[in-house]
Design a protein around this ligand. Structure first.
Ligand code: PMP
Length: 293
């Protein structure tokens, strides 16, 4: 990703893609003082842009730093990056980190850097798997106790165990892994939230130690509009035996059906298909209108 045409916004300026560099002694690299966002643009509009910019600022605050830009400035910079790269359907990646002015655990003197890149990105999971659902392995690492890590920040450091689990799952032929939390409860996939269906009711874990995703909340609203009951609660892994449908939600994953998790299997049923369609219609209102007309 480091050499290609295009522009990246870095600390207030649009610069050529290949020039968006940082020093090897950056605190963010050594000590994970780094937070990021993942956004999608559909037809030139970044979906829920301000919510993402607000979450970036809040993630930084949780890690003890303030972004040197307002939420409005971050919103505008994201739009500028999209435009500068002539992108209409894209993934947008803002990132903020402590710089290289001080090395050591203490980093009070470091500059806070912010960069935003955007690029073309298709489906997060294999489109061919949308009919049958993706397969998830069971992860070994657990989402940590909020007293162990700042679970409410979209902090880079929290992704160390996600990358390990994702690689292990991929090596074993799975698309992703389901992570339990430190209490052994169902939590989420390595980069997406999870929902289950049973007897027409949706069940999703209470997000008390992992990200309460923007897509998660959006899909809950869509389900309510359809009159589908949703229960946020403690879900134990053994309960997966009795669930009929399962899907993941996330900015990158959108609404992705799950066909299998370890020994448990699910079918891609009507509720999952309806919510996949409702989500597509919400993020691409023009197409939805054209189709309806
Ligand atoms: N959990 C994790 C670990 C994630 O990385 C993501 C993606 N940001 C999500 C959940 C879903 O969040 P959102 O719907 O806001 O993208």
């Amino acid at each position: 990703y480091d050499q290609r045409d295009g522009a990246i916004w870095m600390n207030g300026e649009l610069i050529p893609w290949g020039d968006a560099k940082l020093h090897v002694l950056s605190h963010g690299l050594h000590y994970a003082s780094c937070v990021f966002e993942g956004e999608r643009a559909y037809n030139g509009e970044i979906f829920k842009l301000t919510e993402h910019s607000e979450r970036l600022a809040e993630s930084a605050r949780v890690l003890g730093f303030e972004l040197p830009y307002s939420v409005e400035e971050i919103d505008q910079a994201c739009r500028d990056v999209l435009k500068a790269n002539d992108l209409v359907d894209a993934y947008v990646r803002p990132v903020a980190w402590r710089g290289s002015e001080q090395m050591g655990v203490s980093a009070q003197q470091t500059r806070i850097n912010v960069a935003i890149a955007a690029w073309d990105w298709g489906k997060y999971f294999d489109p061919a798997a949308m009919e049958t659902g993706i397969r998830l392995a069971m992860a070994e690492y657990c989402r940590p106790d909020p007293r162990t890590a700042p679970a409410k920040s979209k902090a880079s450091g929290l992704y160390m165990i996600c990358t390990l689990e994702k690689h292990k799952a991929e090596a074993a032929g799975y698309a992703d892994a389901l992570m339990l939390d430190w209490r052994g409860r169902v939590a989420e996939a390595t980069g997406a939230n999870i929902f289950f269906l049973k007897d027409g009711v949706l069940h999703t874990p209470t997000p008390d130690c992992f990200l309460d995703g923007i897509t998660r909340r959006t899909v809950m609203d869509l389900a309510r509009k359809r009159g589908i009951e949703i229960v946020e609660r403690v879900i134990m892994p053994e309960e997966m035996e009795g669930f009929e449908e399962c899907f993941l939600t996330g900015t990158a994953a959108e609404v992705t059906p799950v066909g299998e998790i370890g020994p448990y299997s699910f079918h891609v049923g009507e509720v999952t298909r309806t919510l996949m369609a409702d989500y597509s219609a919400l993020v691409r209102p023009a197409e939805a209108l054209a189709q309806a007309g």
